[in-house]
Design a protein around this ligand. Structure first.
Ligand code: AMP
Length: 395
């Protein structure tokens, strides 16, 4: 893991101004924040910096204004919400309080262009840069990448927690490691599958993407979601897994239904016997039981994507059952579990075990790119300032 600086490495910052990149791109409906997770997860960093007597300027994007001022996407409404959630007064734009939320970074065209002139403008406003936005670290933007070249840079608590969790799961894991990968399609997860094959002992596939693999094995999957143009790709993934000593685990039975609808007439069938007028909407009981034995053998589980069409009852069964199993094994100390990306948070929340995993990442795209083995520019930049110093100055 990269040797970045953390908040515990900060010098005396009393009276100094810290520019903090946060991800306050929170879900909002009719002007009200509908999920506070991103806000509450920033509180440890805010509390820590406040206790040390620093002033904080917060940089965040919100929505996609594409470099234009768009008052519908102004962050002004969020200052009182943050004050309330964090228990510290937060001002907006003008620095009248110790914590100030700046306007949506994406109002500036230079933000998404990773423009150094814009980064310097922001950097001139403070003494130190703190990045606590892992969830945007897959973007090389002025407030996540360029700015880290201009000021001494530290990872906030959330960034550090996320990086340590991901590192524990894939870089220096306790073995055997199992990846559970589900979701709709393989076409969107090719890089992810390619990377996991090299890193994990068991790669368990479920959800719609497993249909394509089952079809590639020569079985008829009826009306199931299946990427027929990906059959060769699926076969080559199977061959690479074999060569790389990764055991690829495919379902042996499906719960099939007539329509993509909740409570559509359904049945559990072996993968050899999918009726041509039905579709696989979940993996079956035999597959679930087999996956549980693999989890029993594992010390680490990484999870991305639901095992079935979890939004439609009863096709949420495998996802819920396995999520509860992983949560139970995690609580009893037998397993390290890390999950995230796309619909995974919603699926695990639906199973009621969101808080029972070792780490659940809300990072979405950044979590997926990390699973793909890509270098995240915002993470790489955590050491950019130090690296640019002459060696006798870098400590
Ligand atoms: P992803 O965003 O790729 O993780 O895919 C999540 C979506 O995959 C969810 O909306 C699920 O309903 C869908 N999905 C999972 N399994 C199936 C399946 N067997 N058939 C159709 N859709 C599925």
């Amino acid at each position: 893991m990269q040797n970045y600086k953390k908040l515990s490495d900060l010098p005396d910052i009393k009276g100094q101004t810290l520019l903090m990149r946060a991800d306050l791109n929170v879900p909002v409906r009719e002007g009200e924040v509908t999920d506070f997770t991103r806000i509450t997860r920033l509180k440890p960093t805010i509390d820590d910096l406040m206790a040390r007597g620093a002033n904080i300027l917060i940089l965040s994007h919100f929505g996609r204004p594409k470099g234009q001022e768009n008052m519908e996407l102004s962050l002004a409404f969020l200052a009182p919400v943050l004050s309330h959630s964090w228990g510290h007064e937060v001002g907006f734009k003008e620095q009248t309080t110790r914590i100030t939320l700046l306007e949506n970074t994406r109002f500036q065209a230079g933000e998404e262009a990773n423009d150094m002139a814009l980064a310097k403008e922001w950097a001139n406003m403070g003494d130190i840069y703190v990045n606590d936005a892992f969830s945007v670290s897959h973007r090389a933007h002025a407030s996540t990448e360029a700015i880290a070249h201009c000021l001494p840079t530290y990872a906030g608590h959330l960034m550090d927690q996320e990086l340590r969790a991901l590192n524990t799961a894939l870089e220096t894991p306790q073995k055997p490691v199992t990846a559970l990968v589900g979701g709709a399609k393989i076409s969107t997860k090719l890089d992810l599958l390619g990377n996991l094959i090299n890193k994990v002992d068991y790669l368990v596939l479920g959800g719609g993407m497993a249909n394509t693999f089952v079809c590639a094995q020569g079985y008829d999957v009826g009306k199931s979601l299946c990427e027929h143009d990906m059959l060769d790709t699926a076969r080559s993934i199977m061959a690479r897994a074999k060569d790389g000593n990764c055991t690829l685990v495919l379902p042996t039975d499906f719960v099939v239904g007539q329509y993509f609808k909740a409570n559509t007439p359904h049945d559990t069938v072996h993968i050899k016997n999918v009726p041509s007028d039905t579709m696989a909407l979940d993996i079956g009981a035999e597959s679930i039981a087999h996956i549980k034995t693999i989890i029993d053998h594992s010390k680490t589980v990484v999870w991305n994507g639901p095992m079935g069409a979890f939004e439609l009852e009863p096709f949420d069964h495998a996802t819920v059952e396995l999520a509860r199993y992983v949560a139970h094994k995690t609580s009893s100390g037998e397993l390290i579990s890390v999950a995230g990306g796309g619909d995974t948070v919603a699926a695990l929340a639906h199973a009621g075990i969101k808080d029972q995993l070792t780490y659940l990442s809300n990072a979405g795209g950044a979590f997926l790119e990390w699973l793909e083995g890509k270098e995240l520019p915002g993470v790489k930049a955590l050491t950019a300032y130090e690296a640019s110093l002459p060696t006798f100055l870098a400590s």
